[in-house]
Design a protein around this ligand. Structure first.
Ligand code: KE4
Length: 429
């Protein structure tokens, strides 16, 4: 069947009249690649289907949450059952305790946790909490890391902020970002320089312990340990934004994989099983400052929503079953090894950064180690590559500066089909 996007094109036109860029989140607009976003009609397991009936092997996984794939039967059953008892109470429910208990048992840095409805709220609240705990105002973030769209974090931010060329967005008064200091990922000296100048005024360092939002960039040996040492010595806090890596890299996230314990952890995506969720957690001493126990105000109408709690619990409980992380690792390495082979075979200037079940294929002969090197990737080639794959029924993320996610629903057959499609796509570039 000839690949066509007639219905998506029509829907896109209607959407553009009602929503900025026709979408509710910029990266979905495909502006960075082919241009017409596909409108999805349904999804199941590793596959998504658009309104024109095209079927895709999905590696976006809704930007990370769907570690079991789409419409996982256990997650759907949990959501249906919760919904039959009401969709939101505006009052506490026992599933909030169950999910909080599950997460606290998985992350030794977390005694207490506050649920939110997005990763943005989680990181925004974590920074406020760190500032209150230390009575200091400055924060350090890394170029290329993305922590959601809170004003003072939209500075040289990755993900869509980079894709659409507004890493430091208009509409954010300079005074809001004056206290946001920028360092270079994997460059400890850039952090030391900031601490030399601002040391006693820095409340916290916030980072993605494995960056997913400049494409996948992994921490070099000693980098995370150095940040832990610097923050401890200066009385500032270390915040790990594990919205992507939490429960993806290991049952205890990046902090358990790399053996570095932060003071505050931000979570999202996987812990909500595909429903709106975020969370931030830490020691009793730090989290005890959060209202109503403490003075640091933080709130949310749908925080701890019973459906999101039920979906998250079902997803995490299932993920804990033996052999799942091993299966994710094996499938991802089969795919990544296959991609490296076809890159070599075609001679295309490209490289892959990968860790556990997330990776990025960069059109860059040197695997990026920071924002600067990631930005040297050839985004025009990525756009062509993405488009070829789309037409071959493979959905990679529609931007060079995002992560590809492998789920437990991807089969060996899917992996082999993907390698073949990448080979064909690279040959035409
Ligand atoms: P949300 O507010 O989008 O739930 O989470 C913000 C966030 C925080 N921290 C990290 C490490 C994140 O990756 C994100 C959001 N990720 C992007 C994609 N890389 C979400 C996709 C989108 O913006 O539509």
């Amino acid at each position: 069947m000839k690949f066509k996007l007639t219905k998506s094109k029509r829907l896109y036109k209607a959407a553009q009249r009602l929503m900025p860029g026709g979408v509710n989140s910029p990266v979905r607009s495909f502006n960075a690649v082919s241009g017409t976003p596909v409108f999805i009609s349904r999804a199941k397991g590793a596959y998504i289907y658009d309104e024109d009936g095209n079927k895709y092997i999905d590696y976006m996984s809704s930007w990370g949450p769907l570690i079991h794939g789409h419409a996982d039967p256990d997650v759907v059953r949990a959501v249906k059952s919760a919904a039959s008892r009401g969709t939101s109470y505006g009052a506490p429910c026992s599933d909030e305790i169950s999910l909080a208990r599950f997460i606290a048992a998985s992350f030794k840095s977390i005694d207490m946790i506050r649920m939110t409805s997005s990763g943005t709220e989680a990181t925004m609240s974590a920074v406020r909490l760190a500032r209150a705990h230390t009575s200091r105002d400055y924060i350090v973030k890394f170029e290329g890391c993305y922590h959601g769209h809170a004003d003072y974090l939209l500075v040289k931010a990755g993900s869509g902020a980079t894709t659409f060329g507004s890493p430091s967005s208009p509409g954010v008064p300079k005074s809001f970002t004056d206290k946001t200091l920028l360092a270079k990922y994997n460059d400890v000296s850039s952090v030391q320089k900031l601490y030399k100048k601002y040391g006693g005024k820095i409340a916290a360092i916030i980072l993605e312990p494995v960056a997913g939002n400049m494409g996948v960039v992994t921490p070099e040996a000693g980098f995370l340990e150095a940040l832990r040492k610097i923050t401890k010595k200066s009385g500032s806090l270390l915040i790990f934004d594990e919205v992507i890596t939490g429960f993806r890299l290991s049952p205890g996230g990046a902090q358990s994989k790399y053996g570095v314990t932060p003071d505050i952890t931000c979570l999202g995506k996987i812990i909500g099983g595909g429903l709106p969720v975020g969370a931030f957690g830490g020691s009793r001493k730090i989290m005890g400052l959060v209202a109503p126990e403490g003075p640091v105000y933080q709130a949310g109408t749908l925080s701890g929503n019973p459906l999101a709690m039920a979906a998250g619990l079902a997803s995490l409980t299932k993920l804990k079953q033996r052999g799942n992380y091993k299966k994710l690792r094996e499938h991802t390495s089969a795919l990544v090894n296959g991609l490296s082979d076809v890159i070599k075979k075609t001679g295309v200037k490209a490289s892959v950064n990968s860790v556990e079940s997330m990776f990025t294929l960069f059109f860059n002969d040197v695997p990026p180690t920071d924002y600067e090197s990631a930005l040297r990737s050839n985004t025009k080639k990525y756009s062509k590559f993405f488009d070829n794959l789309l037409k071959a029924g493979i959905m990679f993320p529609p931007s060079q500066f995002e992560a590809v996610f492998v789920s437990l629903a991807h089969t060996e057959k899917d992996i082999n089909k993907t390698i073949e499609a990448v080979y064909k796509s690279l040959k035409t570039i």
